[in-house]
Write a protein that binds this ligand. Sequence first.
Ligand code: CP
Length: 324
Amino acid sequence: MTVDQLNQNGQLRHLITLADLSRQDIERIIDRAHHYSTPIGQPPPRDTILKGHTVANLFFEASTRTRASFELAAKRLSADVLNLDVNMSSRAKGESLLDTIYTLQAMQVDIFVVRDASTGVPMRIADHVLPHVSVLNAGESDASHPTQGLLDLMTIQRHKGDVGNICVAIVGDIKHSRVARSATEALTKFDVGELRLVGPQELLPEDTMPGTQVYSDLDKGIRDADVIMALRIQKERFAQLGEIPDPQEYFRRFGLTEERIGVAKPDAIIMHPGPMNRGVEIDGALADGSRSVIQEQVTNGLAIRMAVLAIVHEHVLATRGAQS
Ligand code: CP
């Protein structure tokens, strides 16, 4: 890290990774997210605290959930929101990333939400913005997806309470997954009972993730698990197209079905960060079944993004005036 995520008063300024946040920092975000949670069917929560603030969503990689939820989160907090159409922006004419940031900063953007396929981009932006400006990582290559890690932890806690006595199995393309990395960072900070990374040998991480156990056998990896999280095969991150597993063969070996999860605890919950490839990493009936909390993850994601925006706005508010 070249830029601290917390400012000199200990307030969250940037959210780039969960790795160097404390358990208390994470608890504060999740507590705030509970404040912004209302059941589906009720009017969505609203707040005016970001009135007069501007949030820019810069998605240099595809997204449905993260992009839509950051946009709705900022609007429900009364911010001015800019969703830059990256393909129609002057980056297509050769403008650099930082010149794009400086241009938007000159239009008084306070909070940048950034997704990029390259490692280090959110931190690079954080390193160059004005002191009052915040940068939020909305998905960085295979390295980090901190708001996903937070929403996954929040969802697990809502169903299982304290994670200290439970077994979580993350199944699939662990090697290319920023979701697995951020979930691991979040769960290990909360002393998860057992955390298993399960997948074919070639899709397991080359480096060891502290606090995890690795399984290349699905039945052993999910046996007695309380939580099973399926991951998509991240085709876009393979160096060689020929290395991408055959979907039918993959489903036969590692696809989650009602039958295959019979070895897990009877009250095990099924998670998936989305987007799903039904019939590859998960059977549609399981994804839509009574044990699935996949749609709840989406709902919690919006609450988490409202919470993060609300918390970093305290830094913007405290620092913005001090510069003039
Ligand atoms: N889980 C997730 O990041 O989904 P999107 O790619 O649709 O944002």
